[in-house]
Write a protein that binds this ligand. Structure first.
Ligand code: GTP
Ligand code: MG
Length: 210
């Protein structure tokens, strides 16, 4: 699958201000500065679509992008929403704004009826982080499907990345019977792009169960 059109639609402070839930939606979340906006730009072939920044905390609202994608297997193009969410775990954030973030994210994740899957981004350079594991556990408790995307793989030796990915799988097996899909990516080198797009295509072409 390939994304043929991606345009910014709107930023919402809460789930009930989001656009009508009339199409499939996928959200990207992870620690502040992990590379969410960069990954979205890589997938959409547009370096300036989602705003990126070297300083954490750039993304603060629920940001919707209108997506059109095409697959070789299906004649009609797919129309769906891609969502860039603000990151968690930024140390310099006050208690009150952290609580606001939690409320906004929980409301969005639990009440957004067209949300098909969440992508949890983790930095491929580091060993599994408690914050990321806790967030995934929370998604599990809320029964929200997710996949894990390891970012910035170009910044570390392949052996180290592999070790970090395996360590995450080992830790997750302690709590989960089935592991979610894992993707190793680099936004600067475009690594893992096709795998993520193929997974999105698979989600878009699979009929919902109920
Ligand atoms: P917030 O919105 O602030 O939470 O950050 P974010 O998760 O959207 O991260 P963003 O995409 O803004 O990237 C943060 C920094 O990491 C920027 O300086 C990016 O250029 C850099 N970066 C992101 N992805 C990659 C990558 O795959 N490789 C390398 N080398 N740098 C990356
Ligand atoms: Mg961002």
């Amino acid at each position: 699958m390939e994304i043929t059109k991606a345009t910014y639609l709107l930023s919402s402070p809460s789930f009930n201000k989001c656009p009508d839930p009339d199409r499939a939606e996928f959200a990207f979340i992870g620690r502040s500065n992990v590379g969410k906006s960069s990954l979205i730009n890589m997938l959409c072939n547009n370096t300036s679509l989602a705003k990126t920044s070297a300083s954490p905390g750039k993304t603060q609202m629920i940001n919707h992008f209108d997506i059109v994608s095409r697959s070789k297997k299906v004649k009609e193009p797919f129309k769906w929403y891609l969502v860039d969410l603000p990151g968690y775990g930024y140390a310099k954030v006050s208690q009150s704004s952290r609580r606001m973030w939690e409320q906004m994210i929980e409301g969005y994740l639990r009440k957004r009826e067209n949300l098909v899957s969440v992508f949890v981004l983790v930095d491929a350079r580091h060993e599994p982080q408690k914050k990321d594991l806790e967030f995934m556990q929370q998604l599990g408790d809320w029964e929200i499907p997710f996949a894990v995307i390891f970012t910035k793989s170009d910044k570390e030796k392949p052996g180290v990345v592999k070790r970090n990915v395996e360590a995450m799988a080992t830790l997750m097996r302690e709590h989960w019977q089935f592991l979610p899909p894992f993707f190793v990516t680099s936004s600067t080198k475009k690594g893992g792009k096709q795998d993520v797009l193929d997974y999105l295509e698979q989600c878009l072409t699979t009929e919902p169960e109920d």
